[in-house]
Design a protein around this ligand. Structure first.
Ligand SMILES: Cc1ncc(COP(=O)(O)O)c(C=O)c1O
Length: 410
């Protein structure tokens, strides 16, 4: 007898992060924090080892009237000013397409509702080979299969494999739904060039002659790009989509406002015709209502207040952390390259991922812990969270990892 419907996979979640977080905590207690390299935590931390929480954000949140915090949102798709502010902030005048917005509980809500509604049971979702783990979990929970495209060919996006995977999925089903996590890909830190984006869009237009296409562009880390406003320029490439292509831009306020726990984000729907975005909006709105109802009003209000009245202050505060992240990643990458430690092509973002096969990954990950270096295993690599490590912890880390790696091959 079972309480859960038969079609659901019951295997518990294997959480590769929290187990290691706990192991690192215990090591710090035993050996002293200064003797442990903790490269696990995937949130932005200060040089003093505290979770970064922007003053602009939390002073705004705390200044809101209690009734604003208490209230339901104005609608299941979010507050009108939040919707406008999300479009203005995310797209930054780089899109001439038709647009609609659904407020969501984080980027998770935006990606999840797209996956849930755009594929039939048993169909295949296309995801990156090295990726945020929730994509495949979401697919599993909606009875979908996944097929992964290899991310890199040398030091750039593996266009050939991306196309081959899309083509093979098209042979089996009438629609194409794919995720591209860009810029600042989690966990490799790759960002596609404008030319790569143009080629992707031209290819999806080809596919759309026979199949409907939904591109889910997960931009969770976009506001920590080293390119500033230029990071949003690639949205102009989306203007070229054909009528049979829709784009869902999944925006996460968790990262942009350092407010992971407030659970706010947005699905920005882009299409060539008003009908295309309306169709998505109608169904996404019903999903919102049937799943989480409406989104945290205080979080939406905080975002709007900042965008409308404190944008300069917010940008200045955020820039300090973007600069810090750049300093950290520069240090790690320079030292990794000096030491000959192989990593995937990193451009920007919270993580660098060391490149290796899964056998070596398992051995190295365990051996690093013996040396009090705590990291996270990902497919075909080891994730180094530069976002949470102070510069003094990063300094020398690549060389230490390389010598552990060398000792394994002896
Ligand atoms: C690649 C990626 N997408 C989306 C998210 C969603 O985050 P949230 O739901 O907190 O906005 C995350 C969070 O870690 C992520 O790494």
């Amino acid at each position: 007898m079972s309480f859960i419907k038969d079609s659901v996979n019951r295997k518990p979640i294997v959480d590769t992060v929290f187990v290691i977080v706990e192991a690192a905590r215990q090591a710090k207690e035993k050996y002293g924090a200064e003797n442990v390299s903790d490269a696990v935590i995937g949130s932005l931390y200060t040089e003093e080892g505290k979770l970064a929480a922007f003053d602009t954000v939390f002073s705004t949140l705390k200044s809101l009237d209690n009734t604003h915090l208490a209230k339901y949102a104005a609608s299941f798709t979010g507050n009108p000013d939040f919707q406008k502010d999300a479009i203005d902030w995310v797209l930054d005048s780089n899109s001439n397409l038709y647009k609609e917005v659904i407020a969501t509980p984080g980027g998770t809500g935006a990606v999840g509702m797209s996956i849930e509604n755009c594929l039939e049971d048993g169909q295949t979702l296309i995801i990156p080979e090295i990726a945020w783990g929730s994509y495949s979990l979401m697919a599993q929970m909606h009875n979908l299969k996944t097929k992964a495209y290899s991310l890199f060919e040398g030091d750039h996006f593996n266009m050939a494999d991306f196309k081959a995977v899309c083509r093979s999925v098209m042979e089996e089903q009438d629609r194409l739904v794919l995720i591209i996590n860009d810029p600042c890909q989690n966990p490799t830190g790759y960002s596609m060039t404008i030319d790569e984006w143009k080629e992707v869009i031209a290819f999806l237009n080809e596919c759309s002659k026979t199949h409907s296409v939904v591109l889910i562009n997960d931009i969770a880390y976009i506001d920590f790009s080293y390119q500033g406003r230029y990071a949003k320029k690639y949205f102009t490439c989306f203007d070229e989509i054909s009528e049979n292509v829709a784009v869902v831009v999944a925006f996460s306020i968790s990262k942009s406002l350092t407010s992971y726990g407030l659970r706010c984000g947005a699905a920005i729907l882009l299409g060539k015709t008003p009908e295309a975005v309306q169709e998505l909006k109608v169904v996404f709105e019903k999903t919102a209502r049937a799943t989480w109802s409406n989104v945290n009003n205080g979080a939406m209000e905080t975002f709007s207040q900042i965008m409308e009245h404190k944008q300069d202050e917010y940008l200045a505060e955020k820039q300090k952390y973007v600069d810090l992240l750049k300093e950290r990643s520069d240090l790690f990458i320079v030292q990794a390259d000096e030491a000959g430690l192989k990593h995937y092509p990193y451009k920007e973002g919270f993580f660098v991922t060391l490149a290796m096969d899964n056998d070596e990954r398992d051995r190295l990950h365990a051996a690093l812990m013996e040396e009090q270096i705590y990291t996270v295993k990902v497919n075909k690599g080891i994730r180094i969270a530069i976002c949470s490590m102070p510069l003094k912890t990063i300094d020398g880390l690549a060389k230490r990892i390389k010598s552990v790696q060398d000792s394994l091959s002896k």
